[in-house]
Design a protein around this ligand. Structure first.
Ligand code: ZN
Length: 490
């Protein structure tokens, strides 16, 4: 008789931990007559079901079915246990995205959101991140489903098809049950307009009577003592810059969201541009979206200053505060939330984000979760870390094709001169952070001559062995984000 059989037979009285069973994963179904739970079986995490009516596929044992963590079995869990499926969360006061590029961060994230009163978006990846990590949206979502089931997280969570640029990607994410999509309009935003000559602007501007009548010679009172007005010159520029992007957002919204067929939120992102979104531009975009029937749950402007990956805000904080005051008022006026992208480690502006938005916001982080995973590597396996670090230095140039950073590699200490104890401190230095931040895809995909992965398998083994350390690091680090935002505790 196997141990699990004994556990299943005595489930009401047996100590789960003695059988490698995750105590918080024990759930009943089939009117309370059947059990599903997760356990470590020979070093591998498995799903166990006592009745086939759960719809899972696995190995039939005496009294239970032993299942791998497959996509099919994740679907079965989502069907049976709604808390393991994503739901729209952007309409809640506070929501917070934690992109988990590795598919292993969720247990740590769960611990964070057991404490803070913000709804988590546990599954959040862009197509760029999917490509760089060789993952699929199925896999991104399934990892979260199994994690919330294993640890009994029942508050609910969102899943974000992040920075989608094509209708087919929107359809892909929504079809899998993702509960929000972030439409990246950047390819339809015209850059360099401030540098255009008057002739060029006049040539590019297609006069539109309706727009001119709507916007010129008026003051727009958005409340809170804020009035906005457009000059002809400003209006022309704004129409040139955002006209096509607005058309694109209207097209996608009309096609996938207007009829409410998918239970999902719509975020409009205009943040991946070279120049900041001025409050006046933000107002125009919001007003046009509203006028044309689009109801975004969140809008992500590009704020002044720099929101570089994985490091604190660079720029004029007073200016940021002034502009956030108006951006947040515009969002309130139109009834959506401000979404702050590249929110990893923006500690110096979080108090302003929280306060100006009156504790109503969406913030996204991604890379910082990967950096914390690598900090753990530096702590527990200095030899492996040094090898990865040296490889990252050689791969850095290639990685800058995907990410804009101002990293100065000469400022990073030579890992051979640092003691083992000093290695984790690299993660407190911006240049070292960005080096590791943007090279994740190359690090994970590097292969030996025989086709095996150089680092990937070793890393995943290490992260499994040190799950507790990684969790603790995330609780601390993501917790600091929420703390500085002023997020209430549960
Ligand atoms: Zn963005």
């Amino acid at each position: 008789m196997s141990d699990l059989k004994l556990f299943v037979e005595n489930i009401a009285s047996a100590d789960p931990k003695a059988y490698g069973v995750y105590p918080d994963s024990i759930n009943t179904y089939n009117d309370g007559n059947a059990y599903a739970f997760m356990a470590e079986v020979d070093g591998v995490t498995k799903l166990i079901a006592t009745c086939p009516c759960l719809g899972v596929k696995g190995e039939r044992k005496d009294g239970y079915i032993l299942c791998d963590l497959t996509h099919e079995n994740a679907i079965a869990l989502r069907n049976q246990f709604p808390f393991t499926a994503p739901r729209p969360v952007l309409r809640e006061e506070r929501s917070f995205g934690v992109g988990d590029r590795l598919g292993i961060a969720c247990p740590g994230h769960i611990k964070v959101f057991e404490k803070y009163d913000a709804m988590p978006v546990f599954a959040q990846q862009s197509i760029r991140e999917l490509d760089l990590t060789n993952r699929t949206y199925e896999d991104v979502l399934d990892c979260v489903t199994f994690a919330v089931f294993r640890d009994g997280f029942k508050r609910g969570f969102g899943a974000d098809g992040d920075h989608l640029k094509r209708a087919q990607d929107v359809e892909y994410a929504l079809g899998l049950g993702f509960s929000m999509i972030t439409l990246d309009c950047s390819e339809h935003i015209v850059g360099g307009v401030d540098e255009m000559s008057e002739e060029k602007i006049n040539a590019a501007y297609k006069a539109d009577k309706t727009i001119e009548e709507l916007y010129l010679g008026k003051k727009f009172d958005i409340g809170e003592g804020i009035e906005l007005e457009f000059t002809m010159d400003e209006l022309k520029k704004i129409v040139i810059i955002y006209g096509k992007a607005i058309d694109f957002a209207v097209e996608i919204y009309t096609k996938y969201f207007a009829d409410g067929k998918f239970k999902a939120d719509f975020e409009v992102s205009i943040d991946e541009t070279a120049t900041p979104t001025t409050p006046l531009q933000h107002f125009f975009v919001a007003n046009e979206l509203t006028r044309r029937g689009v109801k975004p749950a969140t809008v992500a402007p590009r704020f002044c200053g720099e929101f570089q990956k994985g490091i604190d805000y660079i720029g004029d904080i007073a200016q940021f505060e002034k502009e956030m005051t108006v951006h947040s008022a515009i969002a309130r006026f139109f009834g959506y939330k401000i979404s702050v992208h590249s929110g990893s480690d923006k500690f110096s502006v979080f108090p302003i984000v929280g306060e100006k938005n009156r504790q109503v916001y969406h913030v996204k982080t991604a890379g910082t979760n990967w950096l914390e995973a690598m900090r753990v590597v530096a702590k527990v396996d200095p030899t492996l870390y040094r090898a990865i670090h040296k490889y990252a230095l050689t791969a850095f140039d290639e990685a800058t094709k995907y990410y804009h950073v101002t990293t100065d590699l000469t400022k990073i200490a030579d890992v051979d001169t640092l003691t083992d104890e000093q290695l984790p401190e690299l993660f407190n230095q911006n240049d070292a952070r960005q080096l590791i931040h943007i090279t994740y895809g190359l690090i994970l995909n590097l292969k030996n001559e025989d086709g095996s992965f150089t680092f990937k398998d070793k890393l995943y083994k290490l992260w499994k062995d040190y799950e507790g350390e990684y969790s603790a690091a995330l609780v601390n680090h993501i917790g600091r984000h929420l703390e500085l935002l002023g997020c209430p505790k549960l």
